[in-house]
Design a protein around this ligand. Structure first.
Ligand code: CA2
Length: 387
């Protein structure tokens, strides 16, 4: 697999100015990192930078047949229909990337005229966004997904992958984490989706509106409900066994997963799995999980909005009455492991069927990195529900 990395105007200045926005890594360093990140997924890269719109268009046209393009069009993002047309004209799948959070700066940076001709848009993750863009292209190439809208908002879409074997296949609904913030998206669960699909699960890896993009304590769970409703209407020719659905969520996605299971207590749900889930929003707010992430999602503190917290905090809805799997690393730097210890303790006290696996010396990311021993254990535990 060969990927072309294209950087537009002023990105040659990376690392020399404005480190508070763009960091201190130079473009040369980023290009070297891209080559190493690509090697990790068996790909090679060619890097190109230009300050000139026409040169970028020429480079895109010359890349038409490559396996993938990662492009940061710089400020041209916000107004160049010529670059948009070039991306649309070529066959290579293209991922748009921005180092900064373009939704949280001047209003004119919110608009991208290229997003809807790109496979995905990654922003606000610093230079690691280039890594995620490369991984996303590799995942898409390894196992293409059918991207299906489940609502009218741009973020109301999901990626469906179905095993090629005889069905009907049980379904794993996947909810990514990222503290409910819009800079993290479902691409983070591409690897998990592919691994579970290889293990015989159809996977429905959903996006949902997040804080900064219309998501909050009321709208986000409503979107997840819609995604589950649309799954229920998916036709037989997709070969899904809709009477065997597991909901798997990571971090803040774990909150959404458990909440949707408690709300419906739907017999279709054979289990819910929380990977370092936020099971108790009030305690998470008090612990300042994600540096203010909980009150931003809840639009208020537990003291200001006690009823709101009770309405959408999973712990307030126990017992679940659906088998529960919780996994957590005791070195989790994003979601404290104490949250899971007390959540599963309470669920078990109230009579729920709970499997709790705590991994010694393991942090947050390893739970969803498919080459980590922790993920293998998680996947084996998920598989137990398939029978
Ligand atoms: O966040 C990004 O990656 C951007 O695409 C970067 C563009 C900007 O116009 C977009 O709105 C967002 C520009 C990069 C400017 O790069 C500089 C680097 C160092 C110092 C000054 C500018």
């Amino acid at each position: 697999m060969h990927i072309v990395i294209i950087n537009g105007p002023n990105l040659n200045l990376l690392g020399t100015r404005a480190p508070e926005i763009y960091g201190s890594t130079t473009l040369h360093d980023v290009e070297g990192m891209c080559s190493r990140w690509a090697a990790e997924v068996g790909a090679t890269t060619t890097a190109y930078q230009s300050n000139h719109e026409g040169d970028i268009i020429d480079r895109l046209q010359r890349s038409s047949g490559v396996d993938g393009i990662v492009i940061n069009p710089g400020a041209l993002t916000h107004y160049s229909y010529a670059i948009r047309d070039a991306i649309e004209a070529i066959t290579a799948p293209t991922v748009e990337i921005h180092i900064s959070n373009i939704h949280d700066r001047e209003p004119w940076r919110r608009t991208s005229v290229v997003s809807d001709v790109c496979e995905a848009t990654i922003f606000g993750r610093g230079v690691n966004g280039y890594r995620d863009a490369i991984r996303h292209l590799a995942s898409r190439a390894a196992w293409p997904a059918e991207t299906i809208p489940y609502g009218s908002a741009a973020d109301e879409v999901g990626d469906l992958r179905v095993p090629p074997t005889d069905g009907p296949h049980p379904v794993a609904v996947l909810l990514h984490g990222g503290h409910w913030r819009e800079t993290i998206g479902r691409d983070r669960l591409d690897g998990v989706a592919i691994d579970l699909t290889k293990r015989g699960w159809a996977t429905w890896n959903i996006e949902y509106p997040r804080v900064g993009g219309g998501g909050n304590w009321a709208t986000t769970p409503a979107s997840v409900e819609r995604a589950l409703d649309v799954l229920a209407t998916m036709t037989k020719d997709r070969n899904l066994d809709l009477s065997r659905v597991i909901i798997v969520g990571c971090g803040s996605g774990g909150h959404l997963a458990i909440l949707s299971a408690t709300r419906d207590r739907d017999p279709r749900f054979i289990a819910v799995a929380g990977l370092a889930p936020v099971g108790d929003l009030s305690t998470a707010a008090q612990m300042n999980v994600g540096d203010g992430a909980v009150p931003a999602f809840m639009r208020g503190t537990p003291e200001d909005q006690p009823e709101r917290y009770a309405a959408v905090s999973p712990v307030a809805h126990l017992p679940l009455e659906i088998p529960l799997l919780v996994v957590h690393g005791d070195r989790d730097e994003r979601i404290p492991v104490d949250l899971s210890r007390s959540f599963v303790g309470r669920a078990a006290d109230l009579g729920d069927s709970v499997v709790y696996r705590e991994f010694e010396g393991v942090g947050h990311e390893a739970l969803t990195e498919t080459d980590s021993p922790a993920w293998h254990t998680v996947a084996d535990e998920i598989d137990r529900f398939r029978k």
